[in-house]
Each structure stands twice: as structure tokens, then as C-alpha cells.
Design a protein around this ligand. Structure first.
Ligand code: NAP
Length: 308
């Protein structure tokens, strides 16, 4: 029986591990299918405090892992299939052939950016294909870029990118934006943003170095195709929180994000805490996820001392 199991090894998970390990709770982390989380898919991280020169995303995650392990956190390379709450209030976790048992559970499984499903997209991530303007926008100064999507995220990304890019194409599959009125109005009034309506990206085109050079667009009204030169594509067609394995143990919003108690990381199930992007569609930053990981660790620690 573990004191604390932390599912997920992104910023939230590692921060929870550092805090619970330093509290002598001997946490066990279950890595998930993407060890290190979303930051392992980015290049340079310039907005994580304490790294004035910037740090590569994968390096930051390795440092967090080393810091957690330094205090005794253990990591099992496992992907969780299901969680059950037992009659005694403890949790049973199934991951492949393994079963784990724990008194408290911190879910820090993050969210996966939704992608279009084009053949070469995995190879292009970090080479002109990204889902995070805040992370990567500053690398594309005075060059054309595009954003795919028509929601608030797409508008927010497009607006942010106008600080750097020469032009921002906003490629949307319909002829009206899904985004809130105020956001849509601001977006369409921005002279640097060029909306491309009724269009989808049918191919990502690369140069000889394998970097993004253009997108092939398909017009959904007349079926016409054309190429638009862009140095980077920012995909903003939503995220999918990794919460399905929890079944009814937590309440979720319509998009699957875990609902926490107001101002807390506690969920509706005692002893089960949620931290980071799996419960946060609003900020979605490495540092806010780390902050929630800390909060979840402190709440788990308190829960354990009250239920000893
Ligand atoms: P969203 O509202 O679900 O919008 C996703 C957009 O991507 C939609 O325009 C959708 O097109 C498009 N899309 C989805 N799948 C696609 C595909 N396969 N191919 C092409 N286009 C596709 O997601 P979001 O913008 O990430 O926002 C998520 C939530 O967070 C929303 O509730 C939003 O209001 C909130 N949010 C708020 C703020 C803010 O207030 N500052 C900022 C960001 C996000 P259709 O329109 O045709 O469906």
C-alpha cells in the first residue's frame, strides 16, 4: 500500500513528487505514455522562471525528474488503464498486468493537443508545427505563420503571434468563428491577421531540412487547392484531457476536464486530487501546472495526516 501515487510525469506530476518526497511520503509515479509530458515536445522554454537563458523543454523535464528522484520519488514506466476506489477508501490502479494500491492519488495526466492526423505531423512537431504560441511564437519573427482553428484559443494564439510574425493566416473550416464575440471582433480587426475561410489544411509541405515551408489548403466550398508559404503552423483545434480512465470517480466538464473543488485540487472523491492541464483548460502553462502539483501534494499530505 503506497501513501501517494502520482499519475503523470509532466510539470504537475514532478512537482507533486518533489513535495511529497520531501515530506517523506515516498511517492510512486506512474509515467504515462508520454514521460515528461507536453514540454518534451517543445524546443526552447523561455518563460519558466529561474532559467534566464531559456532551457530546452526536454532538459527541463529531465531536471525535474532528477530533482524528484533526489528526494526518493520512484518512477514506474506504466500507462494506467483504470482506477477503482475500494470499500476501505483506498485506490486500486490497473496498469497493464500490474496492479498498484494507494491511500491518496494525484492525477496529473495532462491534456493532449488535438492534431489533424496528417501523415508527417509527428516528425514536424518542433520543426515548424506546434500547438503553443506562447512557447514557440517568438522564434518566428518577420515570417508568415498560420493558425488552424476558429475558437478562442485560435484567436488568442493568432493575436499573440502578430507581435512577431509578418502575417498570420487564420485557417478555419467554416466562415464564422466559434470564438466569443469580443475575441472574434478583435481578431478580425487586426490588420496582420488574414482569415482563410471554409478551408482545411490537406498537407504540410517541408523543405530539404524537414522544416515547415508551406501548407496545402483545400477550399471546402469549391474544392480548390492552393499552397500558402508559412514557416510555422500553430494548431489550435482544442485539447483532449487525459481523464477517461477515471470513469465516475471525478466530475468532468463537457470537454472532459476534471472538476476540482473551488480553489483546491481536491475532487469529489476523498483522497483523489487533480493537478495541471487535466483539470485546467484556461491557463495551460508549465508554471501553473507546477503550482497545482505543489498544491495537490500539500492536500494529499494533509489528507494522509487526517486519515492516519
Ligand atoms: P474550441 O472552442 O473547441 O474550438 C476548436 C476550434 O477548432 C473550432 O473552431 C473547431 O471548428 C476547430 N476544429 C476542431 N476540430 C477541427 C478539425 N479536425 N479540423 C479543423 N478545425 C477543427 O477549442 P478552444 O479554442 O481550445 O477552446 C476551448 C475552451 O477554452 C472554450 O470553452 C474556450 O472558450 C476556452 N478558452 C477561453 C479563452 C479565453 O477566454 N481567453 C482562451 C482560450 C480558450 P468548428 O468551429 O467548426 O467546430
Amino acid at each position: 500500500m503506497e501513501n501517494v501515487i502520482i499519475i503523470g510525469t509532466g510539470c504537475a506530476g514532478y512537482t507533486a513528487a518533489i513535495y511529497t518526497a520531501r515530506a517523506s511520503l515516498n511517492p510512486l509515479m506512474l509515467s504515462g505514455t508520454q514521460p515528461g509530458g507536453q514540454l518534451t515536445t517543445t524546443t526552447e522554454v523561455e518563460n519558466f522562471p529561474g532559467h534566464p537563458e531559456g532551457i530546452m523543454g526536454p532538459d527541463l523535464m529531465l531536471k525535474m525528474q532528477a530533482q524528484a528522484e533526489r528526494f526518493g520519488a520512484r518512477i514506474a514506466w506504466a500507462s494506467v488503464d483504470a482506477v477503482e476506489r475500494c470499500d476501505d477508501g483506498n485506490f486500486r490502479i490497473k496498469a497493464g498486468a500490474e496492479t498498484y494500491a494507494t491511500t491518496t492519488l494525484i492525477v496529473a495526466t495532462g491534456a493532449a493537443p488535438r492534431h489533424l492526423g496528417l501523415p508527417n505531423e509527428q516528425a514536424l512537431i518542433g520543426h515548424g508545427l506546434t500547438s503553443c504560441a506562447t512557447c514557440d511564437g517568438a522564434f518566428y519573427r518577420n515570417v508568415p505563420v498560420c493558425v488552424i482553428g476558429g475558437g478562442d484559443s485560435a484567436c488568442e494564439e493568432a493575436g499573440f503571434l502578430t507581435r512577431f510574425a509578418s502575417q498570420v493566416y487564420l485557417i478555419h473550416r467554416r466562415d464564422t468563428l466559434r470564438a466569443s464575440k469580443i475575441m472574434a471582433g478583435r481578431t478580425l480587426a487586426n490588420p496582420k491577421i488574414v482569415p482563410v475561410w471554409n478551408s482545411t489544411v490537406s498537407a504540410y509541405l517541408t523543405d530539404d531540412q524537414g522544416e515547415m515551408r508551406a501548407v496545402k489548403l483545400k477550399n471546402l466550398v469549391d474544392g480548390g487547392e492552393r499552397e500558402v508559404a508559412v514557416s510555422c503552423v500553430f494548431v489550435a483545434i482544442g485539447h483532449v484531457p487525459n481523464s477517461s480512465f477515471l470513469g465516475g470517480l471525478v466530475d468532468k466538464d463537457v470537454n472532459g476536464y476534471i472538476l476540482q473543488q473551488p480553489g483546491r485540487t481536491a475532487t469529489k472523491t476523498p483522497g483523489l486530487f487533480a493537478a495541471g492541464d487535466v483539470a485546467d483548460h484556461f491557463y495551460r502553462q508549465a508554471i501553473t501546472a507546477a503550482g497545482q502539483g505543489c498544491a495537490a501534494a500539500l492536500e494529499a499530505e494533509r489528507y494522509l495526516s487526517e486519515h492516519a
